[in-house]
Design a protein around this ligand. Structure first.
Ligand code: AMP
Ligand code: MG
Length: 330
């Protein structure tokens, strides 16, 4: 199979619709990361998503819909604050976990009685979802455990020859996956952190908690090692740069190409130590989130060892550090 990469236009949208209707998969852009789209109502198509990704069978998928889609056909909304969250943050990088009405294939939720739903804001994603007008099950469009894709080229890298079409919507502006929130109880519970932060939710709802690290109903997918680039990785806190530079020196002695991944603040400190080979994540939380997967992909092309410098976990950097810790796990 030859994988076509196409801009989003009338012709490619029609092609995408035909592929999905036939039970096939399409790479789609969103504002967070690229998704691997399937008709959520088709058990066979959903199973194909798990197969081509090599995704564990107990890691459920998010269902994506266009902004005029009636969510109440898919899920039950029992808490009034859910409407406030929808008004404040959708379309956008937020996923709500609600009681399922069992309209989509049960494989989407891996047999759970809940369903994760999301309305992406990316204009190309909206055009695609409106055109196909079906609930779309879509995990991130990367092989399981690999770094999530933020360009069409990243999707092609993992799925060339395995899917017929990738819709190219440019580089993702958000850069990390959506915030996943369980909104079935009285208090919204963040299962996976992202660009919409706990503070953002509190501003709208007045309350919000993180799921406890060992709670039984954390987002099932979070237990896996994830996001790993195809190079060796390590991570050090900003106050242990001497350990980082010692590791870099010994790796270079072995002939390895070494790069650092660091915020602007840490880059300045590295420069002062004579370490100039730095992939800079930037300064603001938004910039850092937008750059993190993009630069992990760049790192696997350009170095043998990537040394990340940890950042303070505040706001959107909670989500960034969650990804980076997994990507840099030994
Ligand atoms: P990905 O599509 O690769 O971004 O992963 C989707 C994330 O959403 C994973 O962390 C899943 O565990 C989570 N998720 C999807 N459906 C549910 C659900 N019904 N309950 C809790 N978490 C979910
Ligand atoms: Mg993923």
């Amino acid at each position: 199979m030859v994988t076509e990469v196409s801009a989003i236009n009338a012709e490619s949208l029609q092609k995408a619709k035909e592929i999905l209707t036939g039970g096939g998969l399409v790479g789609m852009p969103t504002e967070t990361v690229y998704g691997l789209a399937a008709d959520a109502r088709s058990a066979q198509a959903v199973q194909e998503v798990f197969r081509v990704k090599g995704r564990p069978q107990d890691n459920p998928l998010i269902v994506h819909v266009h902004e005029n889609f009636d969510l109440s056909t898919l899920v039950e909304i029992s808490q009034d604050y859910v409407y406030a969250l929808l008004r404040a943050f959708t379309p956008g990088p937020i996923t709500l976990v609600l009681k399922s009405k069992n309209v989509v294939a049960p494989q989407v939720s891996c047999g759970l009685d809940s369903l994760a739903v999301r309305i992406p804001s990316h204009a190309g994603a909206q055009a695609f979802l409106s055109y196909v007008n079906m609930p779309i099950a879509a995990p991130s469009a990367n092989l399981s455990k690999h770094t999530s894709p933020v360009t069409a080229a990243h999707v092609l890298q993992d799925f060339s020859g395995k899917i017929p079409l990738i819709l190219d919507g440019g580089r993702c502006s958000g850069g990390i996956e959506s915030t996943v929130i369980n909104v079935m109880g009285e208090v919204p519970v963040i299962l996976r952190s992202g660009l919409i932060t706990k503070e953002d939710v509190i501003r709208v709802v007045g309350k919000c908690e993180y799921a406890a690290e060992n709670a039984p109903i954390r987002s099932p997918g979070m237990k896996y090692r994830h996001y790993h680039p195809a190079c060796e990785t390590a991570m050090f806190p900003l106050n242990e740069l001497s350990k980082a530079t010692a590791l870099a020196a010994s790796a270079r002695k072995e002939g390895k190409r070494v790069l650092y991944l660091a915020s602007e603040e840490a880059q300045t400190a590295l420069f002062a130590l004579g370490e100039k080979s730095v992939l800079s994540l930037g300064k603001t939380e938004e910039e850092i989130a937008r750059n993190v997967y993009y630069l992990l992909h760049e790192a696997e092309e350009k170095c043998d060892l990537l040394i990340a410098i940890a950042m303070e976990e505040r706001g959107a950097l909670v989500g960034v550090m969650n990804r980076l810790k997994k990507a840099c796990a030994p």
